[in-house]
Design a protein around this ligand. Structure first.
Ligand code: AMP
Length: 422
């Protein structure tokens, strides 16, 4: 038997004190921005059938090939801890017949995700994302609104040195012709490519743009660019997205090498980075995924969305803006003048009665002396303190210092009245 301490798994972390408070503040802000724009909260399960991600995210992606936490449930079915949120949201859209609602259906989430990555600063194995998905409309205004909302969230959380890169991957049809051109280019320079890129020429040639292998980068510098081979409709769609972003005064750069790590993207793709983050500079990104719902067995449905990393927003954001409102003040502190069972029970009953009446109430749970309890009440900034004793209960107004005996069952009423009189 070993009595060594058990630690949290590699790449995971505990959320404590101030960090929990910053997260709450961020969540409140995200909620206000997104729900204000008509997004409804959705939460999906932490694990899903593995097939959802294999089909949705794509077999050739790093996420599916190397990064999923996959296990068998008791009945031998393959399950996976969610590595991303878009495929689960699309699954839920189909499962709940949301295509019958008024379109687009706009949903947001704030949940934890799991990827088996090399853990480092800003890169974890369980991390949190806030995400927004709009399903059911291919209007370029959906793209522009979605991107603008993330820009607003980053601005409001004080993320500095932000860069927004934007591109279009075209629709699946216009991309297939381009893919062939790109594959021909890659094959012509196969000897200079990294092993990884070479092995993906057939399945996922676009990912070559993401490689940091020097030989591959040289080859990619002269590679044909998808943005220059868009169909007329795709080019017009992209132009409108840009015009709308201009109208919303969102600053962006066009980056024709921008490809994202998930297979489902079509048309608009984008990524926000912050120079203040160092190596893991991605704060959030997303794009349009017009074929995904259909790929998951639903009706043909366009979609557009993004996800942004909570830890990265907090790392790159302005700490002072992340400070939430102080916890609610303690309206009644119940102190016990005797540690006997009856008095403790009377005090405990009083706290419970006060809470039921809508007051914030606390009592000492550590067996402290009366002096210690009063010190605690003071430190909490309690408005009233009821001192419950064997003989009588005393109610003290901590602001005026006035003190008077009160029947225990009249304390709540007296506090409510006392507050009212203020
Ligand atoms: P993705 O789903 O890969 O597009 O990631 C969207 C955002 O989630 C990124 O920009 C990061 O902010 C965040 N993110 C992705 N992977 C991780 C990770 N392993 N640890 C922390 N944050 C992550």
């Amino acid at each position: 038997m070993s009595d060594s301490k058990i630690k949290a798994p590699r790449g995971t972390f505990d959320v404590l004190g101030d960090q929990a408070a910053s997260r709450t503040a961020l969540e409140v802000r995200a909620r206000s921005i997104l729900e204000g724009a008509g997004y409804e909260r959705i939460e999906t399960p932490a694990f899903e059938a593995t097939e959802l991600f294999a089909r949705g995210v794509g077999e050739s992606t790093d996420i599916v090939k190397k990064e999923m936490f996959t296990f068998e449930d008791g009945a031998g079915r393959s399950m996976t801890l969610r590595p991303e949120g878009t495929a689960p949201v699309c699954r839920a859209y189909v499962e709940h017949g949301m295509h019958k609602r008024r379109q687009p259906v706009k949903l947001w989430y704030l949940s934890s995700f799991f990827r088996h990555e090399r853990a480092q600063a800003g890169r974890y194995r369980e991390f949190w994302q806030v995400g927004a998905e709009a399903l059911g409309s291919e209007d370029p205004a959906v793209d522009a609104e979605s991107i603008t909302l993330l820009a607003t969230l980053l601005a409001e959380t004080g993320v500095t040195d932000v860069r927004l890169r934007l591109s279009s991957l075209g629709s699946v049809e216009s991309r297939s012709e381009y893919r062939e051109r790109l594959q021909a280019h890659l094959r012509a320079h196969e000897d200079s490519l990294s092993e990884d890129v070479r092995s993906r020429i057939e399945l996922n040639p676009l990912r070559a743009f993401d490689s940091d292998h020097p030989g591959t980068r040289t080859v990619m510098a002269s590679a044909p660019r998808l943005l220059e081979h868009l169909s007329t409709e795709d080019a017009a769609h992209f132009e409108q997205v840009r015009a709308l972003l201009d109208a919303a005064k969102v600053t962006y750069e066009i980056d024709s090498t921008l490809v994202r790590g998930l297979d489902y993207y079509t048309r608009t793709v984008f990524e926000f980075t912050s120079a203040s983050l160092g190596a893991q500079s991605g704060v959030g990104g997303g794009g349009r995924y017009d074929g995904l719902v259909e790929r998951l067995g639903g009706p043909a449905t366009p979609g557009m969305g993004w996800a942004a990393g909570i830890e990265r927003i907090l790392l790159a954001g302005d700490r002072s803006q992340a400070t939430p409102a102080a916890p609610p003040p303690v309206e009644l502190f119940v102190a016990i003048d005797d540690q006997g069972h009856d008095v403790r029970a009377a005090g405990f009953g009083l706290v419970s009665e006060a809470r039921t009446a809508g007051l914030t109430a606390q009592m000492d749970l550590g067996g402290r002396s009366l002096k210690g309890q009063l010190g605690h009440a003071n430190a909490l900034g309690a408005r009233f303190v009821a001192i419950v004793g064997v003989e009588q209960t005393t109610l003290r107004d901590m602001q005026t210092g006035d003190q008077q005996p009160v029947a225990t069952d009249a304390v709540v009423h007296a506090v409510l009245r006392g507050q009212h009189d203020l």
